[in-house]
Ligand binder design. Structure first.
Ligand SMILES: NC(=O)C1=CN([C@@H]2O[C@H](COP(=O)(O)OP(=O)(O)OC[C@H]3O[C@@H](n4cnc5c(N)ncnc54)[C@H](O)[C@@H]3O)[C@@H](O)[C@H]2O)C=CC1
Ligand SMILES: O=C(O)CCC(=O)C(=O)O
Length: 389
């Protein structure tokens, strides 16, 4: 029986992928084999030694201590692209909310009092404060052309906007998906100087933290709109508010309310709603549940952020799934120990990514506890699992 701990509400559609005769799933569970999480902050949480995998039902993994888990031989999975459409739709909504002053105008309408004749009169005299502008012909700068950035760029093109993108590590797959008339910016500053709207779709890392600061904001044309549906911390919010107050920026729309932002008249904040659609929640939960199940049952890895992709078909007999440092002579030492224990290797696959390698070895008989302990004792071996019979 595998035990799965959920740290947030995970869509039932995903949990149903874990058959109840083999999986126990609960928010409180001792010695879990895997954890399913959305936005819970795991950096300060104790993570039991029994945990072999963490599945982030979403895109960003900055709430998971990935480096520490890698050192323990724990795989961290995410759900690339599974919520991208949901975020794209909210970004497009954010542009319209900003361009047409929808939030402020709605607040005005709700504040109207008196009979209907009085309301009609107030509407006609008040509406001029909320006059806006249209999107066609305006330029959208997209920073980060991954699953979400590409969808946002293409949707903006369909709305008649010009689009400039910046992503120095764009993949060939994403580049193929991008509309051909999306221009490549030479740098972030080049993109900022040419954009009426700028939207951010990068992970939060040391390299992206405060990528927009007071100095960079001055590069933007007057009355530009910023959108952050990526992560709190990618923009320096204090610098954004200062630029709004100075009249340099027109509006800021983001998914991360704070005391500084939530009541500002030119800021619209939403409560981290980017991925909160039924479709996205189902897609993410199904994707990570399938990946976790495959990893627990066969050792195969798909969409881990810290492990290599690896797939060796498994007939369910006797497999060792080993995570080890990517250094010379690991496979040599492992196979020597197996031979010494009289185990014959039937099939084997080794894949590496950065400092980590995963080795899947199918053997002709069950590996004893003693041999398992010997493998675990090899310097550089991070974790060993015995799968199958
Ligand atoms: N508001 C919400 O609910 C959601 C927020 N997100 C956030 O959006 C981020 C992006 O999500 P996806 O597009 O699915 O991820 P992705 O991994 O498909 O794309 C990220 C892109 O950013 C690029 N990138 C990385 N560093 C960069 C830099 N310094 N400058 C320019 N580009 C850079 C990468 O090359 C990659 O193409 C996530 O990491 C997450 O933080 C994602 C989903 C929902
Ligand atoms: O699970 C959520 O609602 C947040 C989604 C998110 O931020 C992500 O996928 O990175």
């Amino acid at each position: 029986m595998f035990k799965i701990q959920t740290l947030n509400n995970i869509s039932v559609a995903g949990l149903e992928r874990l058959p109840r005769d083999r999986y126990e799933v609960a928010s409180e569970i001792a010695n879990p084999d895997a954890i399913l999480v959305r936005s819970a902050k795991m950096h300060e949480l104790p993570i039991a030694p029994s945990v072999k995998a963490i599945g982030r039902a979403g895109a960003g993994t900055n709430n998971v201590p990935v480096a520490a888990m890698t050192g323990r031989g724990v795989a961290v999975f995410n759900a690339p692209g599974a919520n991208a459409n949901a975020v794209k739709e909210l970004v497009i909504a954010g542009m319209l909310i900003a361009a047409r002053n929808i939030a402020q105008a709605w607040q005005f309408s709700r504040s109207l009092t008196g009979d209907d004749a009085a309301i009609s009169q107030a509407v006609e005299s008040g509406k001029k404060q909320f006059g806006g502008f249209e999107l066609p012909g305006r330029t959208l700068g997209v920073i980060g052309l991954g699953a979400i950035g590409v969808k946002v760029a293409n949707a903006a093109r369909a709305l008649g906007m010009k689009v400039i993108g910046y992503d120095p590590t764009i993949t060939v797959r994403r580049a193929w998906q991008l509309e051909s008339d999306v221009q490549a910016a030479l740098s972030i500053d080049d993109l900022l100087a040419r954009s009426d709207f700028v939207t951010f779709h990068v992970p939060l890392t040391d390299a992206t933290r405060h990528m927009i600061n007071a100095e960079r904001i001055q590069t933007l044309p007057k009355n530009a709109v910023l959108l952050n549906f990526s992560r709190e911390g990618i923009l320096d919010d204090a610098a954004v508010v200062a630029a709004l107050d100075q009249g340099h920026l027109y509006a800021y729309c983001c998914d991360f309310p704070s005391n500084l932002l939530k009541d500002h008249p030119r800021v619209v904040t939403l409560p981290h709603l980017g991925a909160s659609t039924r479709e996205a929640e189902d897609n993410c939960a199904i994707m990570v549940a399938d990946q976790i199940r495959e990893y627990l049952e066969s050792g195969n890895v798909t969409n881990a952020v810290n492990f290599p992709e690896i797939c060796l078909p498994f007939n369910g007999d006797h497999r060792l799934a080993i995570v080890n440092s990517n250094v010379p002579n690991m496979v040599g030492q492992i196979s020597t120990d197996l031979a010494a224990a009289g185990l014959n290797i039937i099939d084997m696959l080794n894949r590496s990514r950065g400092d980590v390698a995963v080795t899947l070895i199918d053997v002709d008989q069950r590996c004893s506890d003693e041999t398992l302990a010997r493998l675990q004792g090899i310097s550089g071996v991070l974790s060993v699992r015995r799968l199958g019979g």
